[in-house]
Structure formats: C-alpha cells, structure tokens
Write a protein that binds this ligand. Sequence first.
Ligand SMILES: *[C@@H]1O[C@H](CO)[C@@H](O)[C@H](O)[C@H]1NC(C)=O
Length: 344
Amino acid sequence: MDMPSVLKCICVVLARLFSAEVLLRMHSVGICGSDVHYWQHGRIGDFVVKDPMVLGHEASGTVVKVGSGVTHLKPGDRVAIEPGVPRETDEFCKTGRYNLSPTIFFCATPPDDGNLCRYYKHSASYCYKLPDNVTFEEGALIEPLSVGIHACKRAGVTLGSKVFVCGAGPIGLVNVIVAKMMGAATVVVTDLSASRLQKAKEVGADFIIQVKNESPQEVASKVESLLGCMPEITVECTGVQACIQAGIYATRSGGTLVLVGLGPEMVTVPIVNAAVREVDIRGIFRYCNTWPVAIALLASKRINVKPLVTHRFPLEKALEAFEATKRGEGVKVMLKCDPTDHNP
Ligand SMILES: *[C@@H]1O[C@H](CO)[C@@H](O)[C@H](O)[C@H]1NC(C)=O
C-alpha cells in the first residue's frame, strides 16, 4: 500500500470511530461513593488515579450532535448514559457479559474520564433514549438501579422470595426496590442509621432492624425472627467483615448470598458454615444489559426511584456537593450541569 492510501485508511478508521459517538449536553449527574473515594484516596484497589481525572458516572443528558453513523439518536433526544463501554468483542462480550471484559472503558475509573461536566462525548450504543415521562434524574439513577437489577438477578430473587438486604445506603435501597419488583414476598433491611432505615421503609422494605454492636449470629437470628424464617437470599451491600459474616449465618441452607459492597480485599468469613449448608456465595461486578429493562420499569411507573434524591447542587457547587456526600448526608446527591435547566 502506498503512503497516501495508508493515511486514507487511518483517516477512515478515525472517522468511523467518531461516527459511532454522540456529543451530549450533560444534565444530571449523581455522586457515587466511588467518586468520593477517588477524590479522597486516589485509588480503589488496583485502580489508581495517576493523572487528573473527571469524576461522575451516574448521568443523563441531551444529544446535541451525532456522528455520521448514528441512526437511533438525534439532536434533542434525552438520554441515560451507560458508563461502561466494551473496547473489544472478546469472549465476555460474545457471551453477553461485557461488564467482565478486562479492557472495558468505564467513566471515572482511572484512567478513563467520567461525565461530570457540561459537554461529554460517548458511544451512541451506550446512550439510551428516555421517554418523555422519565426525568433526567431518573435517567441518572438508572446507573445505581442497574446494580440492584444485576444483584437481584444474580441472587435469583423471584415470586415469594424472603430477602435480607444488609445496608440501607443507595445500593441497599435500590436492591430493596428491585427485590420487591421481582416478586419478593418480604424484604428485611439492616443498617446503623435510623434515617437510612426510614428511607428503606419508604421505598418498600417490609421490616427494618437498626443494628448497634450485635454479633453476626445475633443479627442473623433477629433477621430470622422478623421474617418468620431464614431468608433464602441475602444481598450484602456494605463490604464490612461483620456484615458478610452475618450474611452467611442469616442465609437459609441452600440459599444464596450476593456480595455487592466492597471493603478490604481480605476478609475473614465462616466459609465452612456456608459450604456445609450449601449456601452459594456470588459476587457482582457492576452490571450488564440493564438500561432497557430499567427504562421500561420507570416509564411504566412500576418502580419509583425519586425518593432516593435528597440533595441537589449546581455544577459550580460541586465541591459543596462532594463534601455533603462525604459527610454521609441524605441518600443521593445530584449535580445539575445545565445552567439553563436545574429541574429534576
Ligand atoms: C410513558 O411513556 C411511554 C413511551 O411514550 C409509554 O409507553 C407509557 O405508557 C407512558 N407511561 C405512563 C405511565 O404514562
């Protein structure tokens, strides 16, 4: 191939890449615990912030420009953004589990920039059009909601399930919402904070338990006595060692414990207790294939995530917003990136 042809090929490739993207005017971006963690500590496990990085991955916005190859979106469309975009069609992608692809792009996981900004460019295939009756904030909340959908699917929640959700932060709450939606008969939630537990009731928890310094076995027996039986499913959303231990003791023999919360890499747990009672322990890594499902649930008003938003700040007050999140105030803090529209 002569030199001009090579150059032409390169240009075509670059143009094709851009042609599959959309430019968005950002509207609402929720602050996640991981954003605060990167800001405060500069790393989560093996993901280390080495260069300045834009935070934010729970987001929605309006399409302002589309690449030449984009057919399903047009300027003016309101969209929810799925922050994880696989970079290659590897074995995980081929089997529909693209969240496990080791080379995936993910907003605000170093070195990939997030979308807490005024304008942001993203793969069009990972932007989902919102119906008129789904707000921008609901669109942004699809990201944490997706964690609940993926966790409850991996847990096997179904009609009549008795579910124990450990932790009533935003992720515990979305698991309550999704478990009830999926047919759980009763959901019991534990947390240290009375106000968080009140929120859990508001979004559909049947029972709440405020824990103080009970042993894991004591927590497990309180869960059992409230439910009238041991739960066949436990969704652990704290990552705290004592809570994972309680999760094992609480889960009925033959049931499933899903680990959603992330704490230290090494934890001591009664693994033999789980093994001899055939309690399956599963993990989750983010989510996959959840946005269309979430949009359908929100559009049909079968779930309500609006109570999760407790604070709103304009983008210029991002620092205040992050400080409030760090102090653990409220549930979900939303940043409003469009100076002309601070509506939900
Ligand atoms: C919301 O909008 C969608 C799409 O336009 C429509 O199918 C659905 O029926 C609407 N839901 C309600 C509750 O109005």
